[in-house]
Design a protein around this ligand. Structure first.
Ligand code: SF4
Ligand code: SF4
Length: 337
């Protein structure tokens, strides 16, 4: 099995052939950044604060521009050039989130900005050596001990084990062939077993979700949980901004002085002005907005996507909500244990 003993040499080799993004620590916070020599790379911290969805669905981006002269309108293609890149150190939950986003952005009409990034990106995942108490990805069939990706890696005492899974992964492996030696892979099997043992003891590893199977969209509409959680929800939107699967966005035109630019930015269904129209908003209260966020992930999205949930169990909302509200509380309140 392919093994890399010198991680710096690996980063340099990848960065020599493609742009490399990987978890970097800065002032105590770890997020994906473009690799540069001397960067404080941190692939031991389990989760980046921001999820990996930025690789394909960025927080803000310019879509197009207009120049207006009299009655003439000239449309400009301002979409940024997308170069091949490697997203290294992605965890299994974030890797699954790409599949969720694909169901939104790659169906007709295809989002060409997202599609270009998906084609350009090679995803190198990293097994979760030490899952945390807030993790519950296994409820969604995710395997943190062997996450999906173009390449799967395992950080062990011997070094980083490397397994290519797709054509993109094979191409990257061939391009940096000089960094690899061969290992017997025993440490990978041991790590897989250790991860499974940790997962089995985690408090959220075995959520009862049977009450969510095959229900109608309106089944939980009148449930008291929406009023309960909305009473303490601050509508801050943190849960949506850290969530790898949240995909709400706004599109606006901005006068730059020498033309109009149309940009897109993340939005949140927890905000009172989200989807507000001329007649007002179709969700006027916070309990309606909370209901939308959670039922979209747990009922509406799976109904339209062969049972795939719109949550990947990353636990970021569990860790970050200032009011200690999260999707696990909702799953339990709706009928689980
Ligand atoms: S993070 Fe918590 S308080 Fe903020 S909008 Fe989400 S549920 Fe409400
Ligand atoms: S709802 Fe919470 S646990 Fe689920 S994917 Fe989003 S942030 Fe992660």
């Amino acid at each position: 099995m392919k093994l890399v003993k010198d991680l710096s040499a690996l980063y340099e080799a990848i960065a020599a052939v493609q742009e490399l993004y990987l978890p970097v620590e800065n002032k105590g916070r770890v997020d994906f950044k473009l690799y540069e020599a001397g960067a404080n790379v941190d692939i031991k911290t389990l989760k980046t604060v921001r999820s990996a969805k930025d690789f394909f669905f960025t927080q803000t981006e310019t879509l197009m521009g207009f120049k207006v002269e009299g009655k003439n309108i000239e449309v400009e293609d301002l979409r940024p050039e997308v170069r091949p890149f490697v997203a290294f150190g992605v965890r299994g939950c974030d890797a699954r989130s790409f599949e969720v986003l694909d169901k939104v952005f790659l169906v007709d009409p295809v989002d060409t900005v997202y599609e270009a990034r998906r084609k350009a990106g090679t995803v190198v995942t990293l097994a979760c050596g030490r899952p945390e108490e807030t993790c519950f990805c296994t409820n969604f069939g995710i395997t943190p001990e062997a996450p999906a990706g173009d390449v799967t890696t395992w950080l062990t005492e011997e070094g980083l084990y490397w397994q290519a899974n797709t054509d993109k992964g094979e191409a990257l492996t061939a391009a940096i062939a000089a960094v690899f030696t061969e290992g017997d892979g025993k440490a990978v099997e041991e790590q897989k077993k250790a991860i499974s043992d940790i997962i089995a003891k985690l408090p959220l590893a075995n959520l009862d979700m049977t009450h969510l199977e095959g229900v109608k969209e309106e089944t939980f509409w009148g449930h008291p949980v929406w009023k309960d959680i909305s009473e303490t929800c601050l509508a801050c939107g943190t849960c949506t901004y850290v969530c790898p699967t949240c995909q709400c966005y706004d599109v606006r035109d901005f006068d730059c002085g020498n033309g109009i630019e149309r940009f897109r930015c993340w939005d949140s269904c927890m905000y009172s002005d989200f989807t507000r129209m001329a007649h007002g908003n179709n969700r006027n209260t916070q309990d309606q907005r909370c209901r939308q966020r959670y039922l979209h992930k747990l009922v509406y999205f799976p109904r339209r996507n062969e049972g795939m949930f719109g949550c990947v169990g990353c636990g970021r909302c569990v860790a970050k909500c200032p009011s200690k509200l999260n999707i696990v509380k909702v799953i339990k309140a709706l009928g689980g244990k």
